[in-house]
Design a protein around this ligand. Structure first.
Ligand code: KG4
Ligand code: ZN
Length: 335
């Protein structure tokens, strides 16, 4: 059976995976440099790039080894590598490695859009997805609502006009003196708090499916300055409820406008407990299937890049050896 090697180094995870043509994950290895960034409250690009250089070789070898392939000359169909969006120095490490392996093993390689990779994640756990599908893709760097007619056929209905949802979580966590990344910690606290404790606006951008989190962030800062006696758990719950409310309202609008068979969550914020139950509830209400990938598949990994690469290799063929990294590559520009 055809298998591809996926490589992901767009942010702080050095990841490699082997995926087969049925979108089954054969192996998936992730080495994160997160611990090096915590003290700085965010990913430090130079540290991330250096960590990728340190780990890329061993991570690829482990992924091949765990898939039962010869690490020196694996029987693979090709290599898929994230070529954008992401941190330029980090992307270049993965891209250079992919080119070197492609030359050494005489196999094609293809540059994959990281966001398209996230869209393929639900397929890795549920190969019988029914289309069309609406996907809420929310991560530390991006927040989009996407209509998919099939694998690789996506239309961006709306996206954030300022901060990404995960970015808002991380910034609020920092403001509250919590660690980085802020999402998991706020989510944990929120489950012990009362959402109505802090009155917060639900940002609406006016434009149908666009999103905005910057106003909410400012509102949390103002409200906590004014009401410093509100418990941390209650602040977390109020903020979390406002984020979920906006995302779910927009998703509901999209479901009312477009007839779809399913609704999916993708990206790191898809790990959020309130969002997961909200999307499940929405899907039930509309009588469609909900696709909530496991946390491991929501967050950055190379299996999703391998999956997107399988598709890209089959429709567009290989990338040229002079392919460069595209740090600001928009999903809407992926053809
Ligand atoms: O997709 P991802 O792993 O990396 C990017 O491509 O950005 O997403 C990481 C983001 C971080 O901002 C983190 O705070 C957020 O996902 N996150 C969460 C949760 N777990 C991770 N946000 C809300 N609730 C969570 N449970
Ligand atoms: Zn991501």
């Amino acid at each position: 059976m055809r298998v591809v090697l996926g490589i992901e180094t767009s942010c702080d995870e050095t990841a490699a995976a082997v995926v087969n043509e049925d979108y089954h994950v054969i192996s998936s290895v992730i080495e994160s440099s997160l611990d090096q960034h915590r003290a700085f409250g965010g990913v430090v690009p130079e540290l991330a790039g250096r960590a990728h250089v340190t780990h890329i070789g061993s991570v690829v070898q482990r992924a091949l080894d765990e898939a039962g392939l010869d690490p020196h000359n694996p029987a693979i169909e090709g290599i898929a590598v994230t070529s954008g969006p992401g941190l330029i120095g980090s992307l270049l490490v993965g891209l250079s490695a992919a080119k070197a392996y492609a030359l050494a093993w005489d196999v094609p390689f293809v540059g994959v859009n990281h966001l398209e990779g996230h869209l393929f994640a639900p397929l890795l756990e549920q190969s019988d997805l029914e289309w069309p599908l609406l996907t809420l893709l929310v991560s530390g760097g991006h927040s989009l609502i996407v209509l998919q007619q099939g694998p690789g056929q996506h239309e961006v209905l709306g996206e954030t006009i300022d901060d990404a949802a995960g970015e808002a979580y991380d910034k609020i966590a920092r403001w509250l003196g919590l660690g980085y990344p802020g999402g998991p910690e706020i989510d944990r606290l929120a489950q012990k708090g009362t959402a109505g404790a802090l009155k917060l606006p639900v940002s609406m951008t006016g434009v149908d499916f666009d999103l905005s989190f910057s106003g909410l962030k400012t509102a949390v800062v103002r409200a906590t300055e004014k009401h410093s006696d509100v418990a941390l758990e209650d602040v977390a719950a109020s903020f979390q409820a406002a984020v979920a409310e906006q995302l779910l309202r927009k998703l509901r609008g999209a479901m009312e406008k477009f007839e779809v068979k399913g609704v999916a969550l993708a990206g790191g914020v898809a790990a959020n407990s309130l969002l997961r139950s909200g999307v499940k509830g929405l899907a039930d209400e509309f009588g469609v299937v909900s696709h909530l990938p496991s946390i491991a598949m929501c967050t950055d990994n190379a299996a999703m890049i391998g999956a997107a690469g399988l598709y890209r290799l089959s429709v567009g063929g290989a990338s040229a050896m002079d392919l460069s990294a595209t740090p600001n590559w928009q999903l809407a520009d992926v053809r």
